[in-house]
Design a protein around this ligand. Sequence first.
Ligand code: MRU
Length: 349
Amino acid sequence: MDFKPPFQSIVWNGDHVTIIDQTYLPEREVYLNLSSAGQVWDAIKKLKVRGAPAIGIAGAYGLYLGLKTVTETSFESFYSEADRIAEYLNSARPTAVNLSWALKRLMATIYAVKDQPITDIKQTILETAVTIHNEDRRLCKSIGEVGLEVIPDNARILTHCNTGGLATGEYGTAFSVILHAHHAKKLKQVWVDETRPLLQGSRLTAWELQKADIPFKLNVDSAAAYLMQQGEMDLVILGADRITKNGDTANKIGTYSLAVLADAHNIPFYVAAPYSTIDMDLETGKEIEIEQRDAEEVTHFGSKRTAPKKTDVFNPAFDVTPNELITAIITEKGVIKPNFKTNFEKLFG
Ligand code: MRU
């Protein structure tokens, strides 16, 4: 199926990377040029660029930007500087594995070309970052095509957070399935969870759906149960920040409650993600580090205070859905059903 997504959230521009600053959406489309590792770190930390695959891509360009001005002449000191910058970039956000995955891939590439002159190594780093970016575009397109097989006719799909072109190189993950279902005329309507507290659903997914001309309705997160009870949806499909070997899935806070609800209402619950989100180094979701974010995200709505001063807050950015609640995981290589561990090993080694 051939169609072009309506925007690019990350573009490499010769000596800097340009991103859509997602914190301004949906009101304004502000583009931000990032020319140093520090600026990339800040953009990831503050969610100017966000979504698991997108922060992997941004991190890869960030490592190149950090190294391009380095004057070290021996491989050993260049490599240790690369290691330091990679650690620094990786410290921006802990839960999505795509960031550390991209940085590890670049570090391995640097080591593999260690006998080349430093200028050539720098060029290889840039080429690998571009490869990671282009590869993600292809993977996301495939996820959309593969995912069509689980979409019934006239589908009413609930999604959570933002998994579209903003969160990836292009197309998205769960969003790519929605996009492909729309183009295949299989989609009736999308239910969009607003996704408290940072509203990735209402600010970003609704913006992307409008751009793609896809019919949707926005609902508060707590309306999902009622919608299911009323028989208003056929399936749930969302993305992932890290999937462990057994299929346990970390994704935006609220994902686990949706999985429990879907199970209680006998509604299929799908996760869509590329191989770069599957962490074969972790056995179960218990090992995933969950990012805790600022209290202000909960005590304020925009700049308006909505909780009394000195209110203690619990604000995890993600939760972990146990694999037993997941119907299948849609990857670029196919729709993977339980037993996830065995099937991941078969497909991804
Ligand atoms: O905190 P965010 O906005 O980066 O969280 C993003 C999500 O939870 C997405 O669902 C996930 O990264 C999948 S992106 C294709």
